[in-house]
Design a protein around this ligand. Structure first.
Ligand code: SF4
Length: 425
């Protein structure tokens, strides 16, 4: 790779660090490659993406963003041909499965989006690129441009940015809610239409096979977890979104007092929001299930355990009789375990011994279940207030017994680790 191209790559992959595309981030061979679980070629699998910006030159000045107009940083811009060349090089070396292409807003939204379209068209048509492509949609662009990008992309996303219109006005006053919601709504309709068509006709075109997503910055503005999860649930229901990514605000150098007063990036908050969001999407939890006594999830505690403590009246659950929907709400019992229990109890008597022989997370679940009427945990369910009091105290003091301390893999790698040197290319 030529030196000038390498320099641009270094700058514009670093600039893309702030754009969230997935909930897990890893590095392979010291390259800035991100891994995301996506529905791809009809199955959910982990794909490695080269994540870069077309340019970091921006006409906007969003206060939370390192690429904003007033930011004193080196700037660069690729040509579509250069991005295609780099992507193919990484793809052919089997370092990536695809490309995540985003951009700052250069000249205009429509102009920038047309450059992203040109890039992916080149990749698909000229170079016959078969890999995964995720493209960022710019606010306020025309339906025609969205249609064209959707023909070539595997997934698109438009960032909702902040959890409320009020915060958007405060942190990004040049943007407005409608310029984001309108294209998001249109993409949702487009995605849903073709998804339904594909069910009816096998030959219907594969438009956006991996759906569309959005990103929300958390921890900068005042919205609580209940408001954030209520908004993400609304977006799933209304616009058929595949995922809402929560991005804890990252510290950047700025004179803006709004950003400067944010002391520490609340990574733990991002983790519990992802976990609660997962339970809402996959386990049929409602947002209100988590917020009986507080509007914020305790950090460093699994939201399913928090739900059980908040709704302690519903426990213990009799494992030999409870239906599937009740079983999957017990801390430690997932969908697979619930199915195994139901299958097992049809044909045999269940007791503690039998449960210990199958893969059953007794350590976590034992406090919330009875087995044939017998309780093996040490909660006093005749005094439920005491259980709550005891745990609330522990949560406040950030002390949890081992069996409740779930291990979070925090993605708090220093930024430097995302850079790489010429020799490594
Ligand atoms: S438009 Fe995007 S790149 Fe530009 S300042 Fe705002 S968030 Fe940053």
């Amino acid at each position: 790779m030529e030196k000038y191209l390498y320099e641009k790559l270094k700058l514009l992959t670093y600039a893309a660090y702030y754009d969230q595309t997935c909930s897990s981030v890893e590095k392979v061979n010291k390259y800035p490659i991100y891994y995301s679980n996506v529905a791809y070629n009809n199955q959910v699998r982990k794909v490695g993406l080269l994540k870069l910006l077309y340019t970091n030159i921006c006409k906007y000045n969003c206060s939370y963003c390192i690429n904003r107009r007033e930011s004193n940083i080196p700037r660069a811009i690729f040509t579509p041909e250069e991005i295609a060349k780099i992507t193919l090089e990484f793809y052919n070396k089997k370092l990536i499965n695809g490309l995540f292409l985003s951009s700052a807003i250069y000249k205009s939204e429509e102009y920038t989006a047309s450059k992203l379209l040109e890039t992916i068209k080149l990749l698909r048509e000229k170079y016959n690129f078969k890999g995964y492509i995720h493209v960022k949609i710019m606010p306020n662009i025309s339906k025609e441009l969205i249609n064209e990008i959707s023909k070539y992309a595997s997934r698109v996303s438009i960032n909702i940015e902040m959890p409320s219109e009020k915060s958007l006005k405060l942190f990004a006053p040049e943007k407005n809610k409608n310029s984001i919601i309108k294209p998001m709504k249109y993409i949702g309709e487009l995605f849903y239409f073709f998804k339904t068509e594909r069910k009816k006709y096998k030959k219907a075109p594969k438009i956006l096979p991996s759906g569309h997503t959005t990103q929300m910055i958390i921890g900068a503005s005042e919205e609580d977890d209940k408001q954030i999860l209520t908004l993400s649930k609304y977006l799933y229901d209304k616009f058929h979104l595949h995922r809402v990514y929560f991005s804890a605000i990252r510290p950047i150098e700025t004179s803006n007092p709004l950003i400067n007063k944010i002391k520490k990036p609340p990574i733990e908050r991002e983790v519990v929001l992802y976990q609660a969001d997962f339970l809402i999407r996959r386990y049929n939890f409602s947002v209100s299930d988590f917020f009986k006594t507080t509007n914020n999830l305790p950090q460093n505690i699994d939201p399913k355990l928090w739900y059980a403590l908040e709704n302690i009246d519903l426990f213990p659950v009799e494992i030999t009789k409870a239906d599937y929907d009740t079983l999957i709400r017990v801390p430690g019992i997932g969908k697979k375990t619930a199915k195994t229990i139901i299958k097992l109890r049809k044909n045999s008597y269940i007791d503690l011994n039998i449960l210990s022989q199958i893969y059953f997370p007794l350590k976590k679940a034992i406090y919330f279940i009875t087995i044939n009427g017998k309780y093996y945990g040490d909660f006093d369910f005749s005094n439920k207030e005491k259980i709550m009091e005891k745990f609330k105290l522990k949560i406040k003091n950030k002390y949890y017994p081992n069996y409740f301390k779930y291990n979070f893999k925090l993605k708090s790698q220093p930024l430097d680790e995302y850079l790489f040197t010429t020799e490594e290319i």
